[in-house]
Design a binder for this molecule. Structure first.
Ligand code: 4AD
Ligand code: MG
Length: 465
C-alpha cells in the first residue's frame, strides 16, 4: 500500500519532491489568482495547506475542479512539498493538479467552517469524526487503548477474552440487560408463563456488567491477566459520567493484596497519562486550549506526585467536617456521591485519592471482608472533576466466608458453583480492579460529557445509529 498519510508527509523534509495529498477539504480561500485549500485526513490534528497559483495554469479544467471544492469534499491533490512560511505548519504543497473525488454540496453538508455545538454534533454521530474535536478524541482513544495492552503485556499479564453474554450478575446491582430469543409479546398475549428453560441458553442470560469473575478464573491459573472489552449497565443514570455500553479494562492478579492493587492502579494511570502527554501532544494542546484549560499542567503534576490514600472512614470524617456544603449529607455507611468525591479530590487532597475499606453493604459480594466484620478491602480511585475512575478490591478467597456472604445477600450459591470452586481448589489471595475507559478519556481530554468520548454512545433513551 502506498497511500501516505498527511501525518507522514508532514515529517518529510521539504525539498520540492512531488507528493499526493488525499483527504477531505476543511477550508478554501481565494485571494486574487491564489487559491488555498486546507486538507485533513484525520491522521493528525493538522491540516496541510495546498496552494494553487492560477496564473501558472494554462489548463482551464483546474478552475472547473476548484469550483467544485467546498468544505467536506474529498480530493486528491498533487504538487511539490515546500517549506511553509505560515506559523504552525512545517510544510505546504504548491499544487499542480486536483481531482474532486466526492462532492459535498455546501447547501446541505451539515458540517461547515464554523464551530458547531457538541449537542448538534451528537445528532450527526456518523459525521462528527470529521471535526477537530472528535478526530482528536478518536486518536487519543486509539492510542490509549494500545497503551493499555503495552502496559500489561510488558508486565507479564495475559490478555483474556471474557464473555459478553453471561448468566451471572458480577456487581449484584441488578442493572443487567437481559438477552432473550423468546417472543415475550406473544407469550404475554397468550397468557402463558415465560419459561426460560425454553430460551436460547436454557436459562436467563444477560449482557455482562464486568468480566471480573471470569478473569478471576484465569488469574488463578495464569497468575496475571487482564480483560478489556465492552460492558453493559442498565442503570437509569442520565448523567455526563454514565453510559449503558462502555469499555472496561480489568486486571486481576493472583497472590496480590490490596496494597499491590493500589500500586498497580497508580502506576497504570500514570503510564496512560504519560503516553497521552508524549504521543498525543498536539491533540492535548487542542483540548487544553479549546475545551479545558490546564489539563496538560494537571496531567503533568499528577504523573509526578503520589496519590493520596484514605480509608472510607477517614473520608467520611473529612466530609462531615464540611457537611453543610453538600446536598446529600454524608454519614458513615452512605455511598459516596459525586459531590463528595469531588470535594475529597479537589478540596482535601488536591489530586487523585484512593479510598479504601468501604462498608460491606455498599460494595459487591466478592470483596474480602476485613477483621472488623463491617468493611471490605475495596478501593476506588477518585480524580478531580470526575470522581470515580477505577473501582476494585482484594477478593474474598476464603470459601466459607464467601459462601456466607452470598447467602446473606439472598443470592443462590449454586449459581456461583464455578466461582466457589476457585476457593475450593488451590485458593490464593488475589486482587484486581476495573478502569472505565471512557472515564479515562474524559479525564485526559478534559471533555465534559461521556457521550462525546465514545464513537456511538448508548445511554438511557439514546441508541442512535
Ligand atoms: O466500580 P465498578 O462497577 O467495578 C466493577 O465492575 C468491578 N467488577 C471491576 C473489577 O474489580 N474488576 O466499575 C469499574 C469502573 C468504574 O470505576 C467506572 O470508571 C466505570 O467502570 N463505570 C462506568 N463507566 C461508564 N458508564 C457506566 N455506567 C459505568 N459504570 C462503571
Ligand atoms: Mg464502582
Amino acid at each position: 500500500m502506498n497511500i501516505p498519510l498527511i501525518k507522514e508527509i508532514m515529517t518529510l523534509s521539504p525539498e520540492g519532491q512531488t507528493v499526493i495529498i488525499r483527504g477531505w477539504v476543511r477550508t478554501k480561500r481565494e485571494l486574487k489568482h491564489l487559491v488555498f485549500i486546507e486538507v485533513n485526513d484525520g491522521s493528525c490534528f493538522k491540516n496541510i495547506q495546498c496552494t494553487f497559483d492560477l496564473s501558472q495554469f494554462t489548463d482551464q479544467s483546474i478552475s472547473e475542479q476548484l469550483a467544485e471544492v467546498s468544505t467536506g469534499v474529498s480530493v486528491e491533490i498533487s504538487g511539490k512539498l515546500v517549506p511553509s512560511p505560515a506559523a504552525g505548519q512545517p510544510v505546504e504543497v504548491t499544487a499542480s493538479s486536483i481531482s474532486v473525488i466526492g462532492k459535498a454540496t455546501a447547501e446541505n453538508y451539515p458540517l461547515q467552517k464554523k464551530r458547531h455545538s457538541l449537542e448538534f454534533l451528537r445528532e450527526i454521530g456518523h459525521l462528527r469524526a470529521r471535526t477537530n474535536t472528535f478526530g482528536a478524541v478518536a486518536r487519543v482513544r486509539s492510542r490509549l487503548a494500545f497503551a493499555i495492552h503495552e502496559f500489561f503485556q510488558h508486565r507479564g499479564f495475559q490478555y483474556v477474552h471474557t464473555p459478553i453474554i453471561t448468566a451471572s450478575d458480577c456487581e449484584g446491582a441488578g442493572a443487567m440487560f437481559q438477552v432473550t430469543t423468546l417472543d415475550l409479546e406473544a407469550l404475554a398475549k397468550s397468557g402463558k408463563a415465560v419459561d426460560y428453560s425454553k430460551d436460547f441458553f436454557g436459562k436467563r442470560s444477560y449482557l455482562t456488567v464486568s468480566g471480573q469473575l471470569e478473569a478471576e478464573t484465569y488469574a488463578t491459573a495464569l497468575s496475571r491477566v487482564y480483560t478489556f472489552g465492552p460492558t453493559f449497565r442498565a442503570e437509569n443514570s442520565n448523567t455526563t459520567r454514565h453510559l449503558a455500553e462502555f469499555w472496561m479494562v480489568e486486571p486481576e492478579v493472583a497472590f496480590a493484596h490490596l496494597e499491590d492493587n493500589m500500586e498497580l492502579a497508580e502506576a497504570f494511570l500514570k503510564h496512560l497519562f504519560n503516553v497521552a502527554l508524549t504521543d498525543c501532544r498536539e491533540d492535548l494542546e487542542f483540548f487544553n486550549e479549546r475545551i479545558q484549560q490546564g489539563i496538560i499542567e494537571t496531567l503533568d503534576s499528577v504523573v509526578n506526585s503520589k496519590f493520596t490514600h484514605m480509608t472510607y472512614t477517614d473520608a467520611v470524617k473529612e466530609l462531615e467536617k464540611n457537611a453543610g456544603a453538600f446536598e446529600f449529607k454524608p454519614y458513615w455507611g452512605c455511598d459516596l456521591q459525586s459531590e463528595h468525591e469531588k470535594y475529597l479530590t479537589e478540596k482535601v487532597a488536591g489530586g487523585p485519592v484512593i479510598v479504601t475499606d468501604y462498608p460491606k453493604e455498599i460494595k459487591a459480594f466478592y470483596m474480602k471482608l476485613n477483621e472488623d466484620g463491617k468493611t471490605v478491602r475495596a478501593m476506588d480511585v477518585l480524580v478531580p472533576r470526575l470522581g470515580e475512575i477505577i473501582g476494585g478490591s482484594e477478593r474474598e478467597e476464603r470459601l466459607e466466608v464467601l459462601e456466607n456472604r452470598i447467602k446473606e445477600l439472598g443470592m443462590n450459591p449454586e449459581d456461583y458453583w464455578w466461582y466457589l470452586d476457585l476457593r475450593r481448589f488451590g485458593t490464593v489471595p488475589h486482587a484486581g480492579f476495573g478502569l472505565g475507559f471512557e472515564r479515562l478519556i474524559l479525564y485526559v481530554t478534559g471533555m465534559t460529557n461521556i457521550r462525546d468520548v465514545i464513537p456511538y454512545p448508548r445511554a438511557v433513551g439514546q441508541a442512535d445509529f
